[in-house]
Design a protein around this ligand. Structure first.
Ligand SMILES: [Zn+2]
Length: 117
């Protein structure tokens, strides 16, 4: 299945391809994700497609400068990031997917990113 997503102003649009959209949704307790308070869905990077908005994407790197967190420079919404631990994966902001309601909090795992060195 293909799911479309976008930032708030629609300048950045992407698609992910997955057969298990609600499987393995997670939050992360690292210092960055905690402040963003986002629910994430990881897919293989070959299943993530940036449709438009490349020119509007800003990115943020910190710590080891491996993970790269992308956001719309116009509206400020974080849309996706490249993972540090699983560089073959791209993670999207679940709440950016069209028409998605977040599942109940207890159904969303927390990854212990705070303990990664
Ligand atoms: Zn935007």
């Amino acid at each position: 299945m293909i799911y479309k997503g976008s930032c708030h102003c629609n300048r950045v649009q992407f698609q992910i391809e997955t057969d298990d959209l609600f499987q393995d949704l997670y939050r992360c307790n690292c210092s960055l994700c905690k402040k963003k308070s986002i629910v994430m869905k990881a897919v293989h990077r070959d299943h993530f497609f940036l449709i438009r908005g490349r020119d509007y994407l800003g990115s943020y790197k910190w710590n080891k400068n491996i993970a790269e967190h992308f956001f719309c420079r116009f509206c400020g919404v974080y849309t996706h990031h490249k993972r540090r631990r699983y560089p073959e994966q791209m993670v999207s902001n679940f709440a950016c997917l069209d028409g998605m309601e977040l599942p109940p909090a207890e159904e969303i795992a927390t990854v212990d990113g705070a303990s990664h060195d």
